[in-house]
Structure formats: structure tokens, C-alpha cells
Ligand binder design. Structure first.
Ligand code: IPE
Ligand code: IPE
Ligand code: MG
Length: 250
């Protein structure tokens, strides 16, 4: 019988300081990773999916409650058909194998984005995985699929306008809390830490509303090369930041 559960190594993370509750990652750089190796872009996407699987387990093990992964943006449809198809195939594979891969991890999967534009096959898999993992109490893995913040905000505004017109809500009562409840992320806390690798310094239409007071962490590393050491570096840096939320230093 094992008397003591082995403690995960803390990698220099300060146990007395708060861990981010919610980490969001923009999984960027797959194409460049493949190009540098003379491989097709889809090989980079496959490697990127493997990075996500490793990171999910790591985050779950250390007690992160939410990990949001930007997997496909509303603008990624502008890529060549072949690449979009490859990304959709990978996505389907990821969803089909999700429970097997994450067996015993207690991870719950959620999806944000305009999923209605995805194939029926993918929509069915999303529904299945979300329902099957809904009772899990470990890490919430939030996959952003056909996600775009502008689309999310406009759709919220349109539904609020309709509900006001139809008398379901009082226009005088529209405030930040009500607005948030119309977003895809209504049951998800705002991200504490947003990570963007690949040397780009932009949000690319990701969580614009929700990241108003997030801490940002950028790195030149390409997503397929992103390791748990990068994750721990980002968390250590986060722990040394001073979040003031417009107030004074505490
Ligand atoms: C991110 O990697 C994956 C998706 C957008 C789905 P990219 O495909 O954007 O890789 P780069 O930026 O071209 O290297
Ligand atoms: C952001 O990466 C979207 C995802 C990682 C899913 P992009 O590669 O699409 O972003 P841009 O075009 O460089 O801004
Ligand atoms: Mg990119």
C-alpha cells in the first residue's frame, strides 16, 4: 500500500503565492515549426496537438482549474482548404480519443466558439465529449473552436437587444455582469494568465473582453516546442507580477 502520494515537483513555483486559476494559451507557431523541418504544415499541427495533451496533464497535476486553448479562430477559415481540412481532421481525432487519452485524469472538456459552422460529425463529437466529461471535477479544458471575440461580443449584443425588445430583460439593467452572462464564457472565470508563444505580440481576436486584466506572457518558442519548463517559467513570472486592477499596490 502506498502511504504517501508522491508530491509533484514544484519547479520553483512559489507554493505561498497564488497559482493562476485560469491559464489561456494561443497555440501558435505550428506552421513555422514544420517549415523549419521541411515538413508539411499539418505535421506541425499534429505536433501542436501533442503539446496540448502534455500541457493539459501537467496543468491538471498541479491544480490549475481552467486551461483554455485557442485551437481555431473565426479567421482561420481564410487558410487554404487543404490546411483547414487537415485541422478539422485533427480536431475530430482529438475529440474521438479524448476520453481514452485523458482516462483517470478527471478532466472536464468544454468548448467555446461558434460551433454551428463546424461539420455535423465534429458537432456530435463535441456534444458527446462535453456530456461524458461533465461530472468531472479536475481541470476544465476549454477548447476555443471557431472562436472569435468580435463574433462573441456582437452575438451577445444582438441577443441582449432581442431579449430587451421581447421584454425578457430591462435595458436599464444591462451591466457588465449581465453582458458577461451572454458570452460563451459565462460559466468560466476570466483568464489570469494568457500565454502566446511563437514571437507574436497580439491577441488575434482571442478573449478580448475576458483578458481586460489578465497578465500576458510571450515567448519566441514555437508551440510544438513548448514544454512544461516554459509553463513553469510563465507561472513563476506570473507570481512575481503585481496585479492592481486599477487600485493601489498591495
Ligand atoms: C497555430 O499555428 C495553429 C492554428 C492557427 C490552428 P499556425 O498554423 O498559425 O502556425 P504559424 O503561425 O503559421 O507558424
Ligand atoms: C491565432 O493564431 C489562432 C490560433 C492559434 C488558433 P494565428 O496564426 O491565426 O494568428 P495570426 O494570424 O498570426 O494573428
Ligand atoms: Mg500562426
Amino acid at each position: 500500500m502506498q502511504l504517501f502520494k508522491r508530491k509533484p515537483k514544484n519547479h520553483g513555483v512559489d507554493a505561498d503565492r497564488k497559482l493562476p486559476v485560469h491559464i489561456a494559451v494561443i497555440m501558435d507557431g505550428n506552421g513555422r515549426w514544420a517549415a523549419r523541418r521541411g515538413l508539411p504544415r499539418k505535421a506541425g499541427h499534429r505536433e501542436g496537438a501533442n503539446t496540448l495533451k502534455r500541457l493539459v496533464k501537467e496543468c491538471n497535476a498541479i491544480g490549475i482549474k481552467y486551461l483554455t486553448a485557442y485551437a481555431f479562430s473565426t479567421e482561420n477559415w481564410n487558410r487554404p482548404r487543404e490546411e483547414v481540412d487537415a485541422l478539422m481532421d485533427l480536431l475530430l481525432e482529438f475529440l474521438r480519443n479524448a476520453e481514452k487519452e485523458l482516462a483517470g485524469t478527471n478532466i472536464r472538456i468544454l468548448v467555446i466558439g461558434d460551433t454551428g459552422r463546424l461539420s455535423d460529425e465534429i458537432q456530435k463529437e463535441i456534444e458527446r465529449v462535453v456530456v461524458n466529461t461533465s461530472v468531472n471535477t479536475g481541470l476544465n479544458l476549454v477548447i476555443a473552436l471557431n472562436y472569435g471575440s468580435r463574433c462573441e461580443i456582437v452575438s451577445a449584443a444582438a441577443r441582449i437587444a432581442r431579449d430587451a425588445r421581447d421584454g425578457r430583460i430591462d435595458p436599464e439593467k444591462v451591466d457588465e455582469r449581465l453582458f458577461s452572462s451572454y458570452l460563451y464564457t459565462r460559466e468560466i472565470p476570466d483568464p489570469d494568465l494568457v500565454i502566446r508563444p511563437s514571437g507574436e505580440y497580439r491577441l488575434s481576436n482571442f478573449l478580448l473582453w475576458q483578458s481586460s486584466y489578465s497578465e500576458f506572457w510571450f515567448s519566441d518558442v514555437l508551440w510544438p516546442d513548448f514544454t512544461k519548463e516554459h509553463l513553469y517559467q510563465a507561472i513563476r513570472d506570473f507570481q512575481n507580477r503585481n496585479r492592481r486592477f486599477g487600485g493601489l499596490q498591495r
